[in-house]
Design a protein around this ligand. Structure first.
Ligand SMILES: [Zn+2]
Ligand SMILES: [Zn+2]
Length: 370
């Protein structure tokens, strides 16, 4: 079938929204009509060359839609199901899956990095040859084919624009707070960066009953959304953030999250943490980034420095749990959405994200004929 997709042809170039051919799903694969897809910094990291990728590629790794066809051997997903796409599918059989760390499953590493289906081939193509799928997804297209393992069925009561955000920002942030840091009632939490992921950490910390949630961002415009989602304080990143946090918390925060992915901010996060507290890196700098740690300082202070990938989530459990929390009014995911776009406006959506416009941008697709 013919589909419309946002295709990346070169580093530093705008995406081209154009017609591609989409092949039928093979064994173990499914086709979706996309309902909504989010715009994430990780997509831009591919566009800018920070994350190297084979080209051309359809970007987009945060989306949800309706199943319209299933390949041979697909039993757990049926035409008509609504699914959230996951950029870390898991096998359920490996060491990590058996140790309740499905987010660390290594089974699909090669096709995930190569941007192919599991058999090493692509379902998108143009006149010149195959076009790759970012994270085995490529969900900035009105229709996509993906492996069944990348799909998590979700309650149809959850709107597509909410379901889409479960596929990256919300789960990454809420899961970092609940699964990895295990924020609990009364905790004092500092969050560096109030973009889609930082705001989701704030939502998660609020759900956990944190007493203080201090949002830190370089853009004063971020304050309104941060407070709407549960921040009790906002600190302008241009100020002396360490002094502000000590003034608010006395000894430093119980939990500090870095949600930007910058070495300097990751290093600073350690200074914002109280002795015995935990620093969780959620943002991602370049693949080979390193920081200097105050080694004696860490011995003396017993500060725990760790990371969290994709909210340390079990996607089949957490996408549905967070979707239900939205329906119950416990996670105001709708307030995370800053702007809505058509696929043709994808380059504007990316520019708006880069210029620091508050909240997440979401692409909405036509839900007309199948
Ligand atoms: Zn993402
Ligand atoms: Zn596994």
């Amino acid at each position: 079938m013919k589909v419309q997709a946002a295709v990346m042809y070169g580093v530093g170039e705008p995406l081209r929204v154009e017609e591609l051919e989409l092949a039928e799903p093979k064994a173990g694969e499914v086709r979706l009509r996309m309902g909504a897809a989010g715009v994430c910094h990780s997509d831009y990291h591919v566009m800018s060359g920070q994350s190297g990728h084979e080209l051309p590629v359809v970007l987009g790794h945060e989306g949800a839609g309706t199943i319209t066809a299933v390949g041979a051997g697909v039993e757990d997903i049926a035409v008509g199901d609504h699914v959230v796409l996951s950029w870390i599918p898991y096998c359920g059989k490996c060491f990590f899956c058996e140790h309740a760390q499905t987010h660390l499953c290594q089974a699909y590493k090669a096709p995930l990095w190569d941007g192919t289906m599991m058999d090493g081939t692509c379902r998108f193509s143009n006149a010149h040859g195959p076009v790759r799928h970012l994270s085995m997804l490529g969900c900035w297209a009105d229709n996509v084919v993906v492996p069944q393992e990348s799909c998590v069925p979700i309650d149809k009561a959850v709107p597509f624009e909410i379901a889409a955000l479960l596929g990256c920002a919300v789960t990454t942030g809420v899961g970092a707070a609940l699964n990895r840091a295990k924020v609990t009632r009364g905790d004092r939490v500092a969050v560096i960066g109030a973009g889609g992921v930082g705001l989701s950490i704030i939502m998660g910390a609020n759900l956990a009953g944190a007493e203080q949630i201090i949002a830190i961002d370089a853009s004063p415009a971020a304050e309104i959304k941060a407070r709407e989602l549960g921040a009790t304080h906002f600190v302008d990143a241009k100020k002396d953030v360490g002094a502000e946090i000590r003034a608010l918390t006395e000894h430093g925060a119980d939990h500090v999250f870095e949600a930007v992915g910058k070495r300097m901010l990751q290093r600073a996060a350690i200074d914002y943490c109280r002795p015995g507290g935990q620093v969780t890196f959620v943002g991602m700098d370049a693949n080979d980034a390193t920081i200097d740690l105050p080694s004696t300082g860490i011995t003396r202070s017993e500060i725990n420095v760790t990371g969290s990938i994709f909210g340390s989530a079990c996607t089949t459990r957490d996408f549905n749990a967070y979707g239900q929390h939205f329906l119950d009014g416990k996670l105001p995911i709708d307030q995370l959405i800053g702007r809505r776009y058509r696929l043709e406006e994808i380059n504007n959506a990316i520019d708006d994200m880069l210029s620091g416009k508050p909240g997440r941008g979401v692409i909405l697709f036509d839900q007309g004929a199948a």
